[in-house]
Design a protein around this ligand. Structure first.
Ligand SMILES: Cc1cc2nc3c(=O)[nH]c(=O)nc-3n(C[C@H](O)[C@H](O)[C@H](O)COP(=O)(O)OP(=O)(O)OC[C@H]3O[C@@H](n4cnc5c(N)ncnc54)[C@H](O)[C@@H]3O)c2cc1C
Length: 402
């Protein structure tokens, strides 16, 4: 769909009596198209076989993630200097869409490792931390986890109950993190915790915690509605001694670190939602051409045609929002609002499209072999994690009104 396709968009921003133009040319480069094709091929040959069984048995796609790491998909945007592929955020969107068409449980690992873990480490860590933690993660030799949510703190991330008490050379970490993607398979965990409650969100730190540190235990795997192949756990910290050298940035930088990192993460999840929608749409088009009722393919009934037309239109709009957010990021522009808009819209499109794709399949849509019921279950999480749809609206309205 992208090949030889040219997008052009002029964004005119008016403000403070100034107006300026930002010209966006979304003609993809040869490199971007090659990466997209590679992700497409990987999804078809490596992810599709076994995707139904992995979902059914909640099996983490360990072999597939290892291969994705070897191919450079786990540190896509990290500079080659630190073992990454040095690609742009537009390529990342293209890859996330292709992988998510087939297996959103695998693509969430790619998203978390790239945008919540590697991005934060490369942007905000010192050289020593980068060499020690970023390099193996960017090379895909290890995977990472981002640990902000708690039993009592999801949307309201400022009310952290996990504490990191300053003990001089180290922080004493205590508390519980909830819903942590890659929780059971990660080696490196970026943990957000409150050091000085009196300072509110300015008293929060981000610490790099290693698997195996004394007092750190991983809870049982969550039994989920969707993205069942992904690995979601609670984590418990009981008097874990985390060296001061493992703090990211200055004292009190942790909350800002988490919010800035999530801005980029939302591009990844928006593209995941886009891919889930696009995957369901492609299956619906194929099925509509094959399935006959009343002497003709259901694609010849206008009710079905209109569903496909709505799906195609909304998916294209979601794609443009994802690419715009990525383009802004690649060009050093503020992308917070664009990332939230992309996530809000793409996740709503994913939910709506997958429900309609099941409908197009009739009874066959309700059973596992046809894939669309899984995509419908997987779509739901994109409206919840990395900021619910309601939280995206708060972010967008805050940006509009500031
Ligand atoms: C499968 C899965 C994987 C996850 N992975 C991670 C991870 O890797 N790392 C991590 O840190 N977290 C992760 N999360 C946690 C996820 O980010 C949170 O679940 C999410 O932010 C919502 O928080 P909550 O569940 O506490 O819901 P709550 O914050 O309790 O929200 C409940 C409802 O109230 C709404 N609401 C809350 N506040 C407001 C408001 N001010 N205005 C309007 N509506 C509001 C919400 O939108 C939601 O509908 C994951 C969650 C799941 C399910």
């Amino acid at each position: 769909m992208f090949n030889n396709f040219y997008y052009a968009c002029i964004v005119i921003i008016f403000g403070d009596n100034q107006s300026y133009k930002l010209y966006m040319n979304f003609e993809f480069t040869e490199e971007q198209l090659m990466i997209k094709q590679a992700a497409h091929d990987f999804a078809e040959t490596e992810l599709k076989p076994g995707v139904i069984e992995r979902d059914e048995h909640q099996k983490f796609p360990a072999e597939q993630i290892k291969k994705l790491g070897e191919l450079g998909f786990l540190g896509m945007m990290v500079s080659p200097q630190y073992g990454g592929s040095g690609l742009d955020a537009v390529s990342y969107v293209l890859v996330m869409e292709e992988l998510s068409k087939i297996d959103a449980s695998a693509s969430v690992v790619v998203s978390v490792n790239n945008s919540l873990v590697c991005y934060g480490l490369e942007k905000y860590c010192n050289e020593e931390q980068k060499q020690k933690y970023l390099v193996p993660l960017a090379k895909g030799e290890q995977i990472g986890a981002f640990c902000l949510s708690e039993p009592e703190a999801g949307s309201d991330a400022t009310s952290q109950h996990t504490t990191a008490i300053d003990m001089g050379d180290y922080y004493l970490l205590n508390g519980t993190k909830n819903w942590i993607t890659n929780g059971g398979n990660a080696s490196t965990y970026l943990v957000i915790a409150q050091t000085d409650a009196a300072k509110g969100h300015k008293g929060i730190n981000a610490l790099i915690v290693e698997r195996g540190m004394e007092g750190f235990t991983v809870g049982p795997k969550e039994n989920k509605l969707g993205i069942r192949g992904s690995d979601t756990h609670s984590l418990m910290f009981s008097d874990v001694k985390v060296p001061k050298a493992n703090r990211i940035g200055e004292d009190g930088f942790g909350f800002k670190f988490a919010m800035k990192t999530l801005e980029g993460g939302r591009i990844g999840i928006a593209a995941q939602a886009l891919g889930i929608a696009a995957g369901a749409y492609e299956l619906a088009v194929k099925y509509a051409k094959e399935r006959q009722t009343f002497g003709k393919p259901i694609a010849q009934h206008q009710a079905i045609q209109f569903k496909l037309a709505d799906m195609a239109t909304e998916i294209e709009a979601a794609r443009l929002l994802c690419l715009k957010a990525a383009w802004l990021k690649d060009h050093g522009q503020d992308y917070a609002q664009a990332a939230s808009m992309a996530k809000l819209f793409a996740s709503e499109v994913a939910m709506k499209t997958t429900v309609e794709a099941v409908q197009v399949h009739g009874g066959y849509g309700f059973v596992k072999e046809y894939h669309v019921e899984r995509l419908m279950r997987d779509a739901k999480i994109t409206q919840i994690y990395e900021g619910t749809s309601e939280i995206q609206k708060i972010v967008i309205s805050r940006e509009i009104l500031k």
